[in-house]
Write a protein that binds this ligand. Structure first.
Ligand SMILES: [Fe+2]
Ligand SMILES: [Fe+2]
Length: 403
């Protein structure tokens, strides 16, 4: 253990004693991780040095980097964006290692019994169109969601008509209010009615949120043993939060709710695959984990098509608004989207969400990243550290608003 001067602190370093201000307040507890903003903050508060075992920390960071690297090994190693993401994930892993976390072994990663699962359709006979038709013939998209969609597209929509429509669905109203009161919005006063939410957030914005939440409801019946739904939604909500922050960082006029919902629903094709091909999609998941390839590549290799091919048919048959469908269907291939600059937001948010998952010890492998589309967003890769910091302030509470 040794003292490190405040100005020499490096992001990722773990402190070995509570860092206190001169008046005794704990600023960073023992085991906490130094972030990029800490040197300046601590200096401003009058802290000149902190206790950290830099020797051990070096080893810890090395071990964290070795662990994290495997999850990044499939994606483009020269990407400046992925370099930022790698740094962030490594810092999180180092923090976990410092608190005694033991990384999962290959055996633990694979431990899942798939023999009880059977596909609704034989995997080799099912193409994306067929499995979507099987789904949409069985269950139609809920009536209330169709009306919300009509409302979203209607020039005659009003606060009154939308409030009434949402008010008919108590579950949906409750979820929307929870969301409006989450750090996602950070309103000074509590939002107590849908009418107030519509006034504060906007008519079209609340319609978009409501359509997204109704879509989530549609999938609520998937048995949890089929797939770990909690981790699926965690990744999805994280992606939504990142997409919203990124769109806001790109300037005004971006309709952040649109990106939040597109992020939230970006992997919706996987849900249909879980429902129709539980055996094949679990096998793809395990294959991805064993071989350190992203799920999208495992799907292509084992099933022959990916979840974005499925979402294409699904959202078309639900007549989902194109402004959302284009973003969702192209999240792995932003260049192919009608507007690659906008699709790049979901593409980047997905990658950032994966980095957070890896940092949390979950087993997500980064898919290929398209730096050219990212460049269209006009944000420097170095600016992503600030996006991660903003995310951290809202993530936990926003995610818990969904469960
Ligand atoms: Fe995906
Ligand atoms: Fe994803």
């Amino acid at each position: 253990m040794s003292k490190v001067r405040t100005e020499d602190l490096k992001p990722g370093l773990i402190v070995s004693e509570d860092v206190k201000s001169p008046d005794g307040r704990v600023i960073l507890p023992k085991g906490g991780r130094i972030e990029a903003f800490h040197p300046m903050l601590l200096k401003g508060l009058g802290v000149t040095e902190v206790e950290a075992d830099s020797g051990d920390d070096e080893k810890l960071l090395q071990a964290a980097a070795d662990y994290t690297r495997e999850f990044f090994s499939y994606a483009n190693p020269d990407s400046p964006v992925l370099a930022e993401l790698f740094l962030y994930a490594t810092g999180l892993v180092a923090q976990r290692l410092a608190t005694g976390w033991v990384p999962p072994t290959l055996g633990e990663r694979m431990a899942q019994n798939v023999e009880h699962l059977s596909d609704v359709l034989p995997a080799d006979e099912a193409d994306p169109e067929k499995i979507v038709r099987h789904e949409t013939e069985l269950a139609s998209f809920p009536e209330s969601s169709l009306r919300l969609k009509a409302e979203l597209e209607s020039p005659k929509a009003s606060i009154g008509s939308l409030t009434k429509l949402i008010g008919q669905d108590l579950g949906l109203s409750a979820k929307l209010l929870k969301l409006a009161n989450s750090p996602l919005y950070n309103f000074a006063e509590p939002v107590e009615s849908i009418q107030r939410a519509v006034t504060l957030i906007g008519l079209r914005e609340v319609s978009t949120l409501a359509l997204g939440m109704a879509t989530i409801n549609y999938f609520q019946g998937i048995p949890p043993e089929l797939v770990d739904m909690k981790s699926f939604w965690r990744h999805s909500i994280s992606c939504g939060i990142f997409a919203k922050i990124l769109s806001q960082a790109m300037g005004s006029g971006m309709n952040p709710e649109r990106f939040f919902i597109a992020g939230l629903l970006h992997d919706v094709g996987r849900l249909i695959m879980f429902k129709k091909l539980p055996y094949a999609s679990t096998e793809a998941l395990l294959y991805a984990r064993e071989n350190f390839v992203p799920i999208v590549a495992a799907e292509a290799a084992l099933i022959g098509y990916t979840h974005t091919a499925v979402s294409q048919y699904l959202l078309a048959s639900w007549k989902f608004p194109a402004m959302l469908a284009d973003l969702i269907n192209n999240h792995h291939s932003p260049k192919a989207a009608p507007d690659p600059r906008l699709a790049a937001i979901i593409h980047t948010a997905d990658a950032m969400s994966n980095a957070v998952e890896i940092g949390a010890g979950r087993l997500y492998v980064l898919p290929d990243f398209d730096d050219e589309s990212f460049a269209l967003m006009g944000l420097p890769a170095s600016g992503l550290a600030k996006v991660f910091a903003d995310y951290e302030t809202q993530a936990e509470q926003t995610i818990s608003a969904f469960f």
